[in-house]
Structures are given as structure tokens and as C-alpha cells.
Design a binder for this molecule. Structure first.
Ligand SMILES: Cc1cc2nc3c(=O)[nH]c(=O)nc-3n(C[C@H](O)[C@H](O)[C@H](O)COP(=O)(O)OP(=O)(O)OC[C@H]3O[C@@H](n4cnc5c(N)ncnc54)[C@H](O)[C@@H]3O)c2cc1C
Length: 232
């Protein structure tokens, strides 16, 4: 058994992200063509680019940020969390297969923070993982295919994936999954993804927020109480 901790890496982001978004925004409102706008981009100050982009995004013209594709490599995330992640349909995923890859003699797993805090529950959790691994190995040794033996693996089993999405979808993901109502592990995963993007493009920080910060109120039935609810 080996307890693992989340790793997230931003493996692809365009160097000229701002120029691409600016060109998309400007093309909508300029008599010049997209080709000329991009060719003359060095004449435009960053201040001017930000000013137009801000106006366009705040008016809900989101197609302009769909041109930017980001790719993340994610390690040590539980199958419970990846199941939630892959519900986001405008992203592309390549995930480690439990059909083709045999779990190691040590089953790598994620312990939810709430269980980890309690030493007695943590020990029970680890014992359970240990016994599952024994049974899994017994199935494999008896000739059961990995794709069938995996049926007994826990949701805590670690996975690894590459995930690509555009900025519009990242903002949507952040709005839903940075909310305190989202489950802890997916919240941490999306938080790391957003931090990595903001490190490269600080202007996106104001958009990569939980939905209450965008809406100005909370629309969840069971609010955390941080901001006023939709009913006041
Ligand atoms: C706190 C929380 C609790 C949740 N609990 C549950 C649960 O109990 N059970 C459960 O099954 N799921 C649950 N989910 C998952 C949730 O229902 C969504 O499947 C998930 O959040 C993906 O959101 P999405 O569909 O908005 O996003 P995406 O798939 O990323 O899509 C983005 C947007 O594109 C549009 N879109 C995408 N596909 C279509 C389509 N086919 N038709 C029309 N518009 C489309 C929508 O506007 C959508 O909001 C939960 C999510 C959260 C954040």
C-alpha cells in the first residue's frame, strides 16, 4: 500500500495567448481582417489588449476565449475524483487504463482528508485497501483478466490522466468545482490547475473563481454562507 499525493502540471499553454485572444476580440469589431490584426499586433500595447478583452468577456462574448487550449498532466488523483472530472464534456481526456495496466503489488491510493485526520479510521482504511489488494492479486494469479479483476478496486485507487480544455471550459470548471459544495479532492485539483494558469496569465485570476464570486450570490440550496443566497 502506498499513500499518494496529488501532482498537477500545466504541460501546454500558448506563449502568445494574449495576442490570440486580442485578435479574436478585435476581429469582431474591426474593418481590418484577422490576418492584418494579428500581423500588426506588436503595435498594440498590453494595456490596450487587456482593456478590449475585459470588455468583450464581461459582455459574455465567450467564444473569443475558446481559441486557447490548455493541457494538464495529472498524477495521483483518485478514481472517485476523475469520475467527477470527466463529467465536464468540453474537455478531452486520456486516462490510465485499469484494463491494460495491472495494479502494482503496492496499491497506490488517496485517503480523503477527513479520514486521514483520524488515526483509527485511517488504519481501518489502510487495512481495507490491503485486503482488497490481496484479493485483486489472487484474481489476477487465477487468470482473471485485469478488466474484470478491477471490479473490486476502490474509488480511492490512484489514476493518472492528461486533460485538455479551452479557457472558457476552465472558467466553467472553476466556477463549479472551486465552490465549497464541491468535493474536497476535485476542488484541490481544479485549484492547482487554476493556480498554474494564473502564474502564467495573472489577468485570468478574476475569472477563475467559484460561481458565487461571478454571480454575486450563491445559487446552491445548501449554501456555505460565504455570500448571500439567491433568496437574500
Ligand atoms: C457540487 C456538485 C454536485 C454534483 N452532484 C452530482 C450528482 O449528485 N449526480 C450527478 O450525476 N452529477 C453531479 N454533479 C455533476 C453535474 O451534474 C455536472 O455533470 C458536472 O458538474 C458537469 O457540469 P456541466 O454539465 O455544466 O459541464 P460541462 O459538461 O463542462 O458543460 C459545460 C456547459 O456546456 C453546456 N452543455 C454541455 N453539454 C450539453 C448538452 N448535452 N446539452 C446542452 N448543453 C450542454 C452546458 O451549458 C454546460 O453547463 C455535481 C456537480 C457539482 C459541482
Amino acid at each position: 500500500m502506498a499513500q499518494k499525493h496529488l501532482e498537477v502540471s500545466l504541460i501546454s499553454i500558448p506563449d502568445n495567448l494574449l495576442d490570440i485572444v486580442y485578435t479574436a476580440c478585435r476581429t469582431c469589431y474591426s474593418p481590418e481582417g484577422a490576418v492584418e490584426i494579428f500581423k500588426n499586433i506588436s503595435d498594440i500595447t498590453d494595456e490596450k489588449k487587456f482593456s478590449l478583452i475585459k470588455k468583450v468577456i464581461s459582455s459574455g462574448h465567450y467564444s473569443t476565449i475558446e481559441h486557447i487550449q490548455l493541457t494538464f498532466a495529472i498524477n495521483n488523483i483518485s478514481r472517485a475524483a476523475t469520475h467527477q472530472l470527466v463529467r465536464h464534456r468540453h474537455a478531452s481526456y486520456s486516462q490510465k487504463s485499469q484494463r491494460y495496466v495491472k495494479e502494482k503489488d503496492e496499491l497506490d491510493y488517496i485517503i480523503p482528508e477527513a479520514i486521514e485526520k483520524d488515526p483509527i479510521l485511517k488504519e481501518k482504511f489502510q487495512k481495507h485497501i490491503d485486503s482488497v489488494l490481496k484479493l485483486y492479486s489472487e484474481f489476477i494469479d487465477s487468470g482473471i483478466k485485469k478488466e474484470d479483476a478491477r471490479a473490486i478496486l476502490p474509488n480511492a485507487t490512484v489514476s493518472s490522466l492528461v486533460m485538455s480544455l479551452n479557457i472558457r471550459e476552465l472558467i466553467h470548471l472553476a466556477n463549479l468545482r472551486l465552490c465549497t459544495r464541491a468535493q474536497y479532492e476535485i476542488r484541490q485539483t481544479v485549484k492547482k490547475m487554476c493556480e498554474l494558469v494564473v502564474e502564467r496569465e495573472p489577468w485570468l485570476k478574476e475569472h477563475l473563481v467559484p460561481k458565487c464570486e461571478r454571480l454575486g450570490y450563491c445559487d446552491e440550496d445548501n449554501s456555505c454562507g460565504k455570500v448571500k443566497t439567491k433568496n437574500g
